[in-house]
Design a protein around this ligand. Sequence first.
Ligand code: FAD
Length: 478
Amino acid sequence: MASKDNKSNRQLKTSPCSSPLERSSTTSPSVIIIGAGFAGVTAARALHDASFQVVLLESRDRIGGRVHTDYSFGFPVDLGASWLHGVCKENPLAPLIGRLGLPLYRTSGDNSVLYDHDLESYALFDMDGNQVSQDLVTKTDLVRQEFSEDMSIQRAISIVFERRPDLRLEGIGHKVLQWYLCRMEGWFAADAETISLKCWDQEELLPGGHGLMVRGYLPVINTLAKGLDIRLSHRVTEIVRRNNGVKVTVEDGKTFVADAAVIAIPLGVLKSNCIKFEPRLPEWKEAAINDLGVGIENKIILHFDNVFWPNVEFLGVVAETSYECSYFLNLHKATGHSVLVYMPAGKLARDIEKMSDEAAANFAFTQLKRILPNASSPIQHLVSHWGTDKNSLGSYSYDTVGKPHDLYDRLRIPVDNLFFAGEATSMDYPGSVHGAYSTGLMAAEDCRMRVLERYGELDLFQPVMGEDVLVPLLISRM
Ligand SMILES: Cc1cc2nc3c(=O)[nH]c(=O)nc-3n(C[C@H](O)[C@H](O)[C@H](O)COP(=O)(O)OP(=O)(O)OC[C@H]3O[C@@H](n4cnc5c(N)ncnc54)[C@H](O)[C@@H]3O)c2cc1C
């Protein structure tokens, strides 16, 4: 496991603030990684394996970031990421998960963004507890095919209805459409009024459907973090870059120096300006940070002493507006534990974050009682706060209306000896664990090339993106 302090690390030792950023010719290249989420730990692993001196500074008292497996129920449940989106050999994370023998439960073979779970696995109910016909669900898909120019998804739907009044949905059909918007808002962690029509389906969806990590995501990141020098409870407040290196200051005033730094903190934290860059980041980088959106999705995890709900993967509650719709993931199907996970997104998630955990759990339970009036009360609950947690300040990034999709790439492009990683720097797989993982590898490789080119030691080290041996993933579906 990660060690909290490593006194033998010569070059990255705590230094006085005024110390020059000099590099001794006898030591190997050094790098400071900021943020021990998936991207940061991956970059640290890769550079450590390429013989760099690596120190990882993490503000929380745990690693993982938005991967957060909790064991307080006596079994693993994920408060952050829980799916491998794209159960296939092309997924950069698949070889590692396969090698660890971790089981996946495929909730869907369907790869679309809107329907991130296949239709057979749903049971949709209206607010009076009546089950909704599957036929209506399929018909609402027609509306999606009308979208063309850039605007918000919400606006696009209104236009479609103006042009094609025959597609206008009434009653239960309207509610089902709202439910799909609610699902889409969950995927983007944002409200339909703010999701860009032009960009909403730009990300590359890997084939193979969506596999739930039955034993949680933590074992994967723990494996990557093994043996690394990770300093927990080290919140970075300032990053100074000079030609000959970087100096990073943490909250208590301690400083660290190295040849380069990989910044793998969430976009929400970068937006909050709580880290001072000296000199300032270039304008194009600051613009990318400002323009890319960060949304909120949370989990309210309810543990019951018995299972009283239907044997489906999702329970949906349809309503007049997407704000009032909701859905529960049935973890019993995947893991055998009597757990439902309520997942609010966008404005609803923001509003719920203002409540106490007790009130939030009650709110979720009230939604459940609407469709299952005889539901028994939960015995335990867990509530996430990704929007207000100052270590994340949001759940994941998304394209806002009118902004180019290449903002992700601009966020990734290095500035001198500062390299950027994290889900929001992934052009192809933003908002995902495998996206964060691949940007960690990319940042490590960019950093290795720059530092080694500079010091002329290129032939000494292995490339960080070595070939992985493929091991099949263990997948089940009940
Ligand atoms: C509720 C939810 C559900 C999700 N579901 C899925 C899913 O099913 N599948 C999927 O693929 N993805 C999912 N995601 C997205 C996925 O979790 C993220 O894309 C991914 O984990 C991000 O990794 P990262 O390394 O970019 O950032 P993070 O994991 O956020 O890591 C950044 C790290 O930086 C640290 N940090 C912050 N500020 C500082 C500072 N000043 N100094 C030092 N350290 C700092 C943080 O504490 C954190 O550890 C979900 C996310 C959420 C919130």
